[in-house]
Design a protein around this ligand. Sequence first.
Ligand code: NAD
Length: 496
Amino acid sequence: MLAAMHQYIDGERRAGTTGETFEVLDPSTDEVLETVALAGPADVDAAVASAQAAYAQWSRATPVERAAVLTKAAALLDERAEDLARLESRQAGKPIRLAREFDVPGTVDNTAFFGAAARRLDGMASAEYSGDHTSSIRREPLGVIGSIAPWNYPLQMAAWKVLPAIAAGNTIVLKPAEITPLTSLLFAEAFTEAGAPPGTVNIVTGTGPVAGQHLVGHPDVAMTSFTGSTAVGRRVMATAAHTGKRVHLELGGKAPFVVFDDADLEAAVHGAVAGSLINTGQDCTAATRAIVHRSVLDEFVRGVADLFAVVRMGPTSDPATDLGPLSSRAHLAKVAGMVERARGYAKVVTGGAAPTGDLARGSYYEPTLVTDVPLGSELWTDEVFGPVLVVVPFDDDDEAIRLANDTEFGLAASAWTRDTYRAGRATREIQAGCVWVNDHIPIISEMPHGGYKHSGFGKDMSAYSFDEYTQVKHVMHDLTGEARKPWHRTIFTLPG
Ligand code: NAD
């Protein structure tokens, strides 16, 4: 058992006020990892009050001071990288290699990036636009941000929410997913240790309908940023509407993976395996719909099936393990149910079952490849969020683009081709927040991540995220010094 974990409010670990607790499980074995407090409305109120108190100081810190805190926090997180990786691997069921090489270094780099970005908030140049005034722009924080995060990348999602918010001078209350709260607590502590006022980053560990809903509806919270499913995102938006607050939504995905007939097929096959199995397919940008030119379809299906067969499922602590479990028994049942129903209308080429033996103690599910999937069927339209790739053929480029856009989602997509004009058309016409060419998945701190269509709006990462977490103020100074300004005559004229 790890050291007792609680909520993180006002710069300290706190027990919850409800007396209720929640068991965090390791989904690779279903062993209890930790028991955490379940926050109630009073805990959320305390966290918001603490964030409000910290705001007075943190929002007035200079960019240099904020940058110093974030830069130091990045160094602290880097020192603790191995502890963070192990904890993330256990609570989320990630193969340790993924946690060590992706989740944790990505978080450290994001923290360092926002340390630098805190010193560079852009706006229009000050100028005499009216002739009689000097106009300038102030980019100001909003206040207390209330954020809700999902369970698939608990540490990275906490980072994506917290970093742009505090780099811009806001303070924050984050509610991680109830099943994966542990690394967010360690993440938050690094900022207090690095010198942020207590209350700058707070974590409440509760359920969505209770703590999450209360946070979103809180009148002292200026903005809600949410990452999670499209269904819950819509509910969050409706709740936020009662207090008219700004909302930033990062929602689901159903990424197309378009393979043209001139593609490097070996690259496309490897890309499809990596892109669909990353994080056991529990990635909002994962490749889920392979749209493949009919002339290379059989070769593509054979290549992916062959690689799926050699992917190693195993204990998450083993560096040789490629594929970990799904996040929970409930999620395993959802994924397995969708594939079972698909047997009635499509062809399961490989996978489609949970492994037996030792791995049956956890929520493992085999890499699954499905062909002959009708358009409009559940597996074509709905997010599976598991290691499941569907393949459909196309005959010409128009059809490929049409199929790629045949989804309510628009988070990410990729096009595989050696033809620069085809690539150019795909990047222009596919409706998604990110389109890769001849790759699928890489993200970088300098570039934005966010959805089109029902995948949400607003951007995480990069300087673009400051548009979400700041408000723009126009400041206008009169230059004439006259009591009777020239423009007054538009409104009234004095006699004589
Ligand atoms: P989810 O929507 O079930 O839960 C997300 C969070 O919302 C959790 O913290 C949950 O407790 C909270 N929540 C639930 N009900 C709530 C309510 N009524 N009010 C406030 N909060 C509430 O999503 P999940 O199952 O944790 O995560 C998987 C989903 O997240 C997938 O759809 C995936 O595509 C999406 N996702 C999107 C991105 C992105 O950047 N677009 C990134 C990661 C995950």
